[in-house]
Ligand binder design. Structure first.
Ligand code: NAG
Ligand code: NAG
Length: 239
C-alpha cells in the first residue's frame, strides 16, 4: 500500500513537471523516427512532418505510423484531422500516395497518387476541392508491403484558383501514375515543411481486383506493372 502511494505521488510529480512542449517534441520525434525508419524522407519527400495526422476509416481502422492495414479495411474515404488554427484563414493540401510501384524493392514506377485534396480550410476536408477522388491502395499479388503515406502541406499563396481544373474521379487512373509529391509541392508553391503526416502498410488482399476493375484495366496475377512507351498506360509485365 505504501509502495502504491509512493508510486502515485511520483506519477503526479512527473505529470506536473513535464511541460507541454516536451510532450510535443517527444511525439514529433516519434513521427519523424517512424517515417525515417521506413525511408519516407528518401523516397517521397525530403522533409518530414512534426504533427500527427489522424486518419480514421469507417471500418474502425486507424492509421498509426506504419501499422499494417488491409485494402478492405481502407476501401472508403477516411476522415482526416490535424492540429490547426481555424482563425488563421490558411489553406492546406492533402496528398496520399504509394511510392512502392510496382514493389518497394524495385520502385521503378515511383508514386501512385491515391487522393489529392486542395484548398482545405482548417481541417474541413469534405468541404474542400477534391482534385483526385480517394482510391484505396491496390498492391498487386506478390508485391509485398507498400508504404501508404499521407501528408498535409500549407498553401503558401492562399487559395488555388481552380476555374479551369477538372477533378479526377475514383474510376480514372490517368494522372495518378508516376506522381511525385516533391514535384507537386514545388510546382504549386506549397510550404516545403509538411504540417502533418502519417502512414500505414498494405499488401494485396481480395478487395484489390475490384479497384482495377473500376479502372477498367486488367490486374496481373504475377509479374509486375510496366509503363508503355508513352508512359501513360499500365500494362502487365509477365516476364
Ligand atoms: C528487383 O530487381 C532485381 C534486379 O532486376 C531482381 O533480381 C529482383 O528479383 C527484383 N525484385 C522484385 C521484388 O521484383
Ligand atoms: C466513388 O466515388 C463516388 C463519389 O464520386 C462515391 O459515391 C463512391 O462510393 C466511390 N466508390 C467507391 C468504391 O469508393
Amino acid at each position: 500500500m505504501w509502495k502504491l502511494t509512493m508510486l502515485c505521488v511520483f506519477c503526479v510529480c512527473d505529470v506536473a513537471l513535464g511541460d507541454k512542449a516536451y510532450m510535443f517534441s517527444k511525439l514529433s520525434n516519434k513521427i519523424v523516427k517512424a517515417m525515417d525508419k521506413e525511408d519516407i524522407q528518401i523516397d517521397i519527400f525530403p522533409e518530414l512532418p512534426s504533427k500527427f495526422l489522424k486518419v480514421y476509416y469507417n471500418s474502425g481502422a486507424r492509421v498509426n505510423l506504419g501499422n499494417e492495414l488491409t485494402p478492405t479495411q481502407v476501401k472508403d474515404t477516411p476522415m482526416v484531422y490535424w492540429e490547426t488554427d481555424f482563425f488563421q484563414q490558411k489553406y492546406y493540401t492533402l496528398i496520399f500516395s504509394d511510392p512502392d510501384i510496382p514493389n518497394r524493392e524495385n520502385a521503378t514506377d515511383g508514386e501512385f497518387l491515391h487522393w489529392l485534396v486542395v484548398n482545405i480550410r482548417g481541417t474541413m476536408v469534405p468541404e474542400a476541392d477534391e482534385l483526385f477522388e480517394y482510391v484505396p491502395p491496390a498492391p498487386i499479388p506478390g508485391s509485398g508491403l507498400h508504404r501508404c503515406v499521407f501528408m498535409v502541406f500549407e498553401q503558401e499563396n492562399g487559395e488555388f484558383d481552380l476555374t479551369n481544373v477538372k477533378g479526377t474521379d475514383n474510376r480514372t487512373i490517368e494522372g495518378r501514375e508516376l506522381f511525385s509529391t516533391n514535384n507537386f509541392v514545388i510546382q504549386n508553391d506549397l510550404i516545403m515543411l509538411p504540417l502533418a503526416g502519417n502512414f500505414f502498410m498494405a499488401q494485396y488482399d481480395d478487395y484489390v481486383p475490384s479497384i482495377y476493375e473500376r479502372f477498367g484495366i486488367e490486374m496481373p496475377t504475377h509479374g509486375y506493372w510496366r509503363f508503355s512507351a508513352n508512359g501513360m498506360r499500365l500494362i502487365p509485365d509477365y516476364s
